[in-house]
Design a protein around this ligand. Structure first.
Ligand code: 8YV
Length: 316
């Protein structure tokens, strides 16, 4: 008998689900009509032993409670803020995620966003498309990257990968995180101090209650009117209302954001501002990273059901 698994989220291509169905009986919740879903939760959900979910959908305690036989949650993503880890641990449910395999591509996006905001690429693109060039409309020069300082908030795998890339542009690196990290002399005493010392603030820290709205009005004020905020981590880390206020009033130079507080809803004010660069949470959305993430998720499930050690357990 194939193990039964429930699939949450909509990040799964048809071909991947078909391949998965060769080894597991898959219940793809997002593709069920409401009546079918209700029937599933009244019956077949009891047989489910694994949940496969995305990093943003995760799984909360109430959803997990609908699967009384749940043994493992495999998260397609590195962020675990959408997973109720204490609830899983209390039930002895193991959790896996997909670190490392997306690090380089997420770091690439962070740098792309920083470059786009600092060299004002979207504005230039709009300028050309609107026909302003032959009209000889004046253009603002942008600022050099060389000689600037980037403050990395969260100096883990992704933060360090971003730092490595930015050093190649002649940018000095500082960072802040609560725990001690590598290169202690580059660590600022607080996030506010980091922002005050930086031209760019790149948010790479995990989301969740510990970091909620850590980037607040005071941090944005410290980053200043020439400062650029980049966020590729979680929207919850930045106080979006304070950000809109700082960008609108000119107290912050620009923001380049891949993540938002209430995805997929992006505040109209952020879209209307000229000094924002916006992307729809796509840090890991490359063919290579997504294939590696899926493979790691599926291999964790295979390992679990074969009684082998998990490849990337969050806790055992
Ligand atoms: C994905 C992510 O968008 O890894 C994460 O935590 O946020 C992203 O890589 C998402 O998890 C896809 O499942």
């Amino acid at each position: 008998m194939k193990p039964e698994i429930a699939v949450l989220g909509n990040v799964w291509p048809d071909a991947a689900l078909s391949a998965l169905a060769l080894e597991f009986t898959c219940h793809v919740i997002g593709r069920m009509a409401p009546a079918e879903r209700a029937r599933f939760f009244e019956g077949a959900a009891r047989q489910v032993r694994a949940v496969l979910t995305s990093g943003t959908v995760g799984i909360d305690a109430a959803t997990a409670a609908r699967f009384p036989g749940l043994e493992i949650v495999a998260v397609h993503g590195v962020g675990l803020d959408a997973v109720d880890l204490p609830a899983m641990a209390a039930r002895g449910i193991v959790v896996t995620n997909t670190p490392d395999v997306l690090t380089e591509d997420v770091a690439d996006l962070a740098v792309s966003l920083l470059l786009a905001a600092s060299r004002r690429l979207p504005q230039l693109d709009r300028y050309v498309r609107a026909g302003h060039w032959p009209e000889k409309r004046p253009l603002l020069p942008s600022r050099s990257l060389r000689g600037k300082t980037a403050g990395i908030y969260g100096y883990g795998r992704i933060g360090q990968a971003v730092a490595g890339r930015l050093r190649g542009f002649g940018i000095d690196i500082r960072y802040f995180q609560r725990s001690e990290g590598p290169e202690p002399r580059r660590r600022s005493a607080s996030l506010r101090e980091l922002a005050a010392a930086s031209d760019y603030l790149v948010v790479c820290t995990p989301g969740g209650p510990d970091t909620r709205h850590a980037v607040d009005a005071a941090v944005l004020e410290a980053l200043g009117p020439e400062g650029i905020l980049v966020n590729i981590a979680r929207g919850s880390v930045v106080d979006e209302a304070a950000l809109i206020e700082a960008l609108s009033s000119g107290r912050l130079g620009a923001a380049a954001l891949d993540v938002f507080e209430d995805e997929p809803h992006v505040p109209a004010a952020l879209c209307a501002l000229d000094n924002t660069v916006l992307s729809p949470h796509v840090g890991s959305l490359t063919v290579e990273a997504r294939l590696a993430m899926r493979t790691l998720c599926f291999d964790n499930l295979r390992a679990h059901f074969a009684g082998r050690p998990l490849l990337s357990p969050v806790f055992a």
